[in-house]
Design a protein around this ligand. Structure first.
Ligand code: 4AD
Ligand code: MG
Length: 478
């Protein structure tokens, strides 16, 4: 049977007779006012139940999260708070939800920590509904941007033999035959068996493969899951996250920065235009959360204000060396919670340093570039000074690093030397080095952590709250 989405009913310009809505009960007040949500929009539709002519048995079943189908007339609402409501003519409970057993009691304002343990049900709350709709629109915006700008979408392998970042933080993939699994005499499964006899892992980045495609198709992008076996229990790291990686032939680092900034602004604008209701809700949610904090820790800017700020201001472009000078001459903050002082050039920046630069010093997104070669991956282009590379990280307020990218080393001999210095076996990268052997050219790209972008856009503070089923060291239950 045809039914109408709540979103369309709420956007109606006039009353409509005989509409059918299917969704889930949020609340049922005074035996009369039923709030139904169907996931199409943050708002519920109010359905006014004719309780005198509805069996008491049915009324009792209108509990939070019960699935219902209602038929009635969409009429202008008498009450404040909504333009339209449905005068119910027929009501059917499609699926009961035991109020005693249902784990999410909205009245008690369940905490985000609690909801993380109920990842399969938390999407039934307003906040998670909004976050996941925003996430969906953002991912569409990513494709829209690149497709409009002539990029080719490339699916890079998930099972791979290479370690793109050289950090060794990988999940190993083994092939375990279904029949006759290689069980040892002690009864333990022997995982020595590798994927078709080769050592393989889940990809940490599609960059190296994307580079080979950029050297034929010109402009490409990937958008897929990536995996890091880093045991970092932070609010910014996941073991499984989605990454967007454009790669462009003939782009130098400046063009790479321009692309990243233009891309980020485009997707933020796109989502602001299409998810106004959800973002307004998340803006209020954040404001409530901020009110609970001591004055000194409040960010001072609302979510929508923050998004607008990013759209309207140029990202500050600052070299690593300048950043170190700024950090060196800055005073540690009063309670010495963070040590801003960095003693020596060459050290990697800690997240406190990044946040100081973005939130306290520049008060703007920052693009840091020309990092020391020693702290960056092997494939970045060496500068003439012989000690820095054409790397860039984009740092965002409240997030820290949101993008990591670089101009790639296109000179075969320089790259070979670097690989040798790092003790990487050149044979492992023969196919990658071929791009430098046959028609090499300047090229650049970057990786944007999709969940970090969703964090920024939704104003959430923990990355586990912006992906449906977070994979972290403690959480693999779902
Ligand atoms: O800086 P990263 O490690 O760079 C690369 O992987 C490059 N190969 C990208 C490229 O140039 N094509 O990762 C890129 C971004 C980070 O800036 C961060 O936003 C995100 O990926 N990221 C993570 N997000 C969530 N959880 C993790 N464990 C992440 N590690 C990186
Ligand atoms: Mg990085």
């Amino acid at each position: 049977m045809k039914h109408t989405k709540v979103k369309d009913l709420l956007n109606s310009t006039k009353p409509v007779d005989d509409v059918t809505v299917k969704g889930w009960v949020r609340t049922f007040r005074n035996n009369q006012f039923l709030a139904i949500n169907d996931g199409s929009v943050i708002h519920n539709i109010q359905a006014v139940v004719d309780f005198e002519n509805t069996p008491a048995e049915t009324l009792k079943r209108l509990t939070p999260s019960a699935a219902v189908s209602i038929k009635g007339n969409l009429v202008e609402s008498q009450g404040a708070g909504q333009k339209f409501e449905i005068q119910v003519k027929e009501l059917e409970v499609l699926g009961d939800s035991d109020a005693e057993e249902y784990p999410i009691q909205l009245k008690n304002r369940p905490s985000l920590e609690f909801l993380r343990e109920k990842a399969h049900l938390r999407v039934r709350t307003n906040a998670f509904g909004a976050i996941m709709r925003v996430r969906s629109v953002l991912s569409f915006a990513v494709h829209q941007y690149f497709q409009e700008n002539g990029f080719v979408y490339v699916n890079t392998p998930i099972i791979t033999g290479s370690d793109a970042e050289g950090a060794g933080e990988m999940f190993r993939v083994t092939s375990l035959p279904a029949q006759n699994p290689p069980v040892t005499q002690e009864g333990t499964v022997n995982y020595e068996e590798d994927f078709f006899g080769k050592e393989t892992n889940l990809t940490v980045s599609g960059q190296l493969e994307a580079e080979t495609y950029a050297m034929a198709l010109g402009q490409v992008y990937t958008f897929g899951p990536t995996f890091r076996a880093e045991n970092s229990n932070t609010s910014r790291h996941l073991a499984e996250f989605w990454m967007i990686e454009p790669e462009v032939a003939f782009n130098d680092l400046d063009a790479n920065m321009d692309l990243a900034e233009d891309f980020i602004k485009y997707v933020i604008k796109y989502v602001m235009e299409r998810c106004a209701d959800d973002l307004e809700f998340l803006d209020k949610r954040l404001a409530d959360e901020e009110k609970q904090k001591p004055q000194a820790e409040r960010s001072g800017m609302g979510l929508l204000e923050k998004l607008q700020f990013v759209l309207e201001n140029n990202f500050k472009r600052v070299s690593y060396t300048e950043a170190i000078d700024i950090l060196k001459s800055s005073k540690p903050n009063k309670n010495k919670k963070f040590q801003y002082l960095i003693e020596e050039w060459g050290a990697d920046l800690q997240s406190e340093h990044e946040r100081f630069l973005v939130e306290k010093h520049f008060k703007s997104p920052v693009i840091l570039f020309d990092y020391p070669a020693k702290i960056k991956a092997f494939y970045m282009r060496l500068n003439d000074d012989g000690k820095t590379v054409r790397a860039m990280d984009i740092l965002f307020p409240g997030i820290g690093e949101i993008v990591g990218g670089s101009q790639r080393e296109e000179r075969l001999d320089v790259l070979q030397q670097k690989i040798a210095e790092l003790g990487i076996d050149e044979k492992e990268l023969w196919w990658y080095l071929d791009t430098r052997r046959f028609g090499t050219a300047v090229h650049s790209g970057f990786g944007l952590g999709f969940e970090r972008l969703v964090l920024f856009v939704t104003g959430m503070t923990n990355i586990r709250d912006v992906i449906p089923f977070p994979r972290t060291p403690q959480n693999a239950e779902f």
